[in-house]
Design a protein around this ligand. Sequence first.
Ligand code: CA
Ligand code: CA
Ligand code: CA
Ligand code: CA
Length: 218
Amino acid sequence: MLPHVFLRQLLVLGTMLTAPLLPAYAFSVTEVGDAGETLTTAQVLSGTGPLETISGALSSNNADLFQIFIDGGNFSATTLPNNAFNTQLFLFDALGRGVVANDDSSIQTTGSTLNAIGLSSGIYYLAISGFDYDPTSVNGFIFPNNARGQRTPQTNSPLTGFGQRTTLESDSGFYTLTLSGASGVPVPGPGPALGLLALGGLGGLKQLYRNRARSQQH
Ligand SMILES: [Ca+2]
Ligand SMILES: [Ca+2]
Ligand SMILES: [Ca+2]
Ligand SMILES: [Ca+2]
């Protein structure tokens, strides 16, 4: 029979195993290849903990769409302070419906700052494009074409792609987005299964410990 002290240590270990397995460190991501511009070709930014920055590149007439997790409440994304070209930012919900958009952060810059308030927690899509490559739906462009301010959608139809709004080629270059209020998209993995395994093991250990205590009473 296992000694008491050893059983106690195993119980502590079992309790630790059922606790969250990974600490939540903030992290940054770099676009892999070229992120698509539809819900099915968006790059999914998986991970644990706050998502701080997204770095990538845009060629002309191209948008990069990222699936992120918004914690709930306020969310912001900005290309400032080091924007290298005329950017635009667009936020969509999990179904691809427009939430908010920004082209120019202020009259002094063509960089973009997107601010959303009162969001529910969940999956969202964040897009960056060069001016003036805008998100489209079956009902036309999703957002109005104002340069400054936080723009709300003019249609509730979901994203189907992007299209050039002027006859010019859209701007291009490298970007770094700085975010607040976002996290990595939770990864479905071995976590719950391992947790259940640990719980099963913990239950077994508790039973063993009870049996041991009972046998000592006799
Ligand atoms: Ca890209
Ligand atoms: Ca792209
Ligand atoms: Ca802009
Ligand atoms: Ca635009």
